[in-house]
Design a binder for this molecule. Structure first.
Ligand code: SF4
Length: 164
């Protein structure tokens, strides 16, 4: 009989969810969640900020995906597509190195968004879409969730909310 325990599912997580100061505006915005605390204690979490790891500073000008060109452009009209693509590649590499099949990423970010993104006009309007990192991870079979679907992720990895 094979008594080998199934290895725990690892999760790639947006660094900003863990309270790291990586957001474009420099403001810390931790995701308060008992599940996250549990997963962190279990050593499941691998955090990354695709934008900071690609060399972009904190703070940095906001950027959005232009819907015509699909390029990532800052509010100052600088094309940062290559930095965003590099960050996406580094996130994928981290997943591949650690056999990570799941990701919990911040909704609406031009890197991390998984259901919505801003429409590229800097008018606070959201549209259906994915950030560059989410796109690349999904192309490689990694399942991406956001803060609103954390319970779904917990169910999938068979790990219920410790408070319920
Ligand atoms: S790129 Fe992702 S991890 Fe980095 S600050 Fe934006 S949402 Fe958070």
């Amino acid at each position: 009989m094979n008594l080998k325990k199934k290895p725990i599912d690892k999760i790639l997580i947006s660094a900003c969810f863990l309270g790291k100061r990586v957001r474009y505006n420099g403001i810390v915005q931790t995701l308060e969640s008992k599940l996250l605390q549990q997963w962190q204690a279990e050593g499941r979490l691998f955090s990354i900020c695709p934008e900071v790891i690609s060399g972009l500073p904190v703070p940095r000008p906001p950027a959005e995906i232009n819907q015509l060109t699909k390029k990532v452009i800052t509010i100052e009209f600088i094309d940062v597509t290559s930095q965003f693509a590099n960050g996406a590649n580094q996130a994928l590499l981290l997943c591949q190195q650690h056999n990570i099949q799941f990701a919990l990423l911040k909704e609406s970010s031009p890197s991390c968004g998984s259901n919505t993104i801003y429409d590229g006009t800097f008018s606070q309007k959201k549209i259906a879409g994915e950030g560059l990192t989410t796109q690349l991870l999904r192309q490689h079979g990694i399942k991406v969730f956001c803060e609103d679907s954390i319970e779904e992720l917990a169910e999938l990895i068979n790990c219920s909310d410790p408070t319920s």
